[in-house]
Structures are given as structure tokens and as C-alpha cells.
Ligand binder design. Structure first.
Ligand code: CA
Ligand code: CA
Length: 173
């Protein structure tokens, strides 16, 4: 992979976190992601699922800041993301999984109105689109997340796929 290709992949991953597109990742991006998911699935912020999602989003932000916000200004710039998040998480993907897990668990619950403990593939596709993925990418990603092919996506499938996406930047990723 040449450096332009690597830069392009980093840019996609940064953009996935920078939900408001203002050029840095901060707490507002995580609460925006939570708000979009709740709106998409008609869930209120006050109910248990909504509360869990906001708590998960805050924990995710705190974890991201702890790893990547080198200068402590409560913003993760693209340089901090590349130097901190990508490098350090690649060395320790389990850490990233644990940082992301409460948010992903809560997001799956929001996308699982029947409380089956797993989200249906089309619901995950909707969630990915509302977080900024284009339709084609969301469809492919949602299907590939369903590792055991039961038509639904469990917390562990989401966590491991998510950690892979952000820590393994391979030529075919
Ligand atoms: Ca932002
Ligand atoms: Ca910073």
C-alpha cells in the first residue's frame, strides 16, 4: 500500500468519528452519533436504552481522549488520531474493543426493538447509514458483521469488527 492509499484510509476512519465534520473529534461528535441513532430508531434519550447509549458515547469519548488527545485540549485532531489512536490501538486492539464496547452494546439495543439481544442486519445497515456510511458501504459492512450468518448482529461481532476496522489498515481493508 502506498502512502496516498494509507492516507485515504485514515481519512475515512477519521471522518467516521468526526460526525459534525468540523475537522476534529470531540465529545460533541459522540453525542451527535448517539442522537442520530436514537432519532433513527424512534428512541428517546430519557428511556433506559437512550441513557445507556449516551453513557456509552461518553465512555467512548473519554477512552478516545485518553489514548489520543496528546495535548489535552479536549479535541482529537487528525494528527493526534493518526499518531495516537491508530498507532496505539493497532498495538492493543483489545483496549479499543473495551473502550467501544459500552457504546456498541447500547447501539445494538437501540437497533433491537424486540429485545432479542442482537440487532437485525437491516437495522445495523440503517445505523451505519445514519452515522455517515454510504448505502453500498453500509450494506456490505452490515452483512460482513454477521460473522455467524444468523441474520442478526451480536455485541461481540460488532466489537471485534469495529476494532478490526480501526486498527487493521490493510491494503484490502
Ligand atoms: Ca467533530
Ligand atoms: Ca488534542
Amino acid at each position: 500500500m502506498d502512502s496516498a492509499e494509507y492516507e485515504r484510509k485514515i481519512a475515512f476512519r477519521f471522518a467516521a468519528f468526526d460526525q459534525d465534520g468540523n475537522g476534529y473529534i470531540d465529545r460533541a461528535d459522540f453525542s451527535a452519533a448517539a442522537a442520530r441513532l436514537l432519532a433513527e430508531f424512534g428512541t428517546t434519550a430519557r428511556c433506559d436504552k437512550g441513557q445507556a447509549l449516551y453513557i456509552g458515547a461518553e465512555a467512548f469519548w473519554q477512552g478516545m481522549a485518553g489514548i489520543a488527545d496528546v495535548d489535552g485540549d479536549q479535541r482529537v485532531t487528525r494528527e493526534e488520531f493518526v499518531g495516537g489512536a491508530v498507532k496505539r490501538l493497532r498495538d492493543n486492539p483489545e483496549r479499543f474493543a473495551e473502550i467501544a464496547r459500552p457504546f456498541l452494546r447500547a447501539a445494538i439495543a437501540v437497533a433491537d426493538p424486540d429485545d432479542r439481544g442482537k440487532a437485525a442486519v437491516p437495522a445495523v445497515e440503517r445505523a451505519l447509514q445514519v452515522l455517515g456510511a454510504d448505502a453500498g458501504t453500509a450494506r456490505i459492512a452490515a452483512r460482513s458483521l454477521d460473522a455467524d450468518q444468523d441474520g442478526r448482529i451480536a455485541e461481540d461481532e460488532a466489537v471485534s469488527a469495529f476494532a478490526d476496522y480501526f486498527t487493521v489498515i490493510a491494503p484490502d481493508a
